[in-house]
Design a protein. Structure first.
Length: 97
């Protein structure tokens, strides 16, 4: 599902809201999550899951073609951990198929 599909679906479900208001709400929520992650904050949405950043230190890797050692810079990796509720919904939807 894309962001525009999500907005369209929500606008159809909530007929009393204008599509531009739904679009603004979705954009603001996603922007707020992005800003929090940019500040190294953990974002938890109950019943859905949590987003967090893990720091990977600098290390020496190896080029698989040449075997040459290559320095790899430190970086932050975004991770998502689904909630138990989300896992159960996904499993229930999968078993119906």
């Amino acid at each position: 599902m894309t962001k525009s599909e999500l907005i369209e679906h929500l606008a159809n479900q909530q007929a009393h809201l204008l599509q531009k208001d739904v679009e603004l709400s979705v954009r603001l929520i996603l922007d707020r999550i992005s800003q929090a992650l940019g500040r190294d904050e953990r974002v938890e949405i109950r019943g859905f899951g949590s987003f967090s950043l893990h720091h990977r230190p600098a290390r020496v890797g190896r080029n698989p073609k040449t075997g040459e050692e290559v320095p790899i810079d430190p970086r932050r990796v975004l991770t998502f951990k689904p909630s138990q509720v989300l896992k159960e919904k996904v499993d229930a939807g999968h078993s119906k198929g």
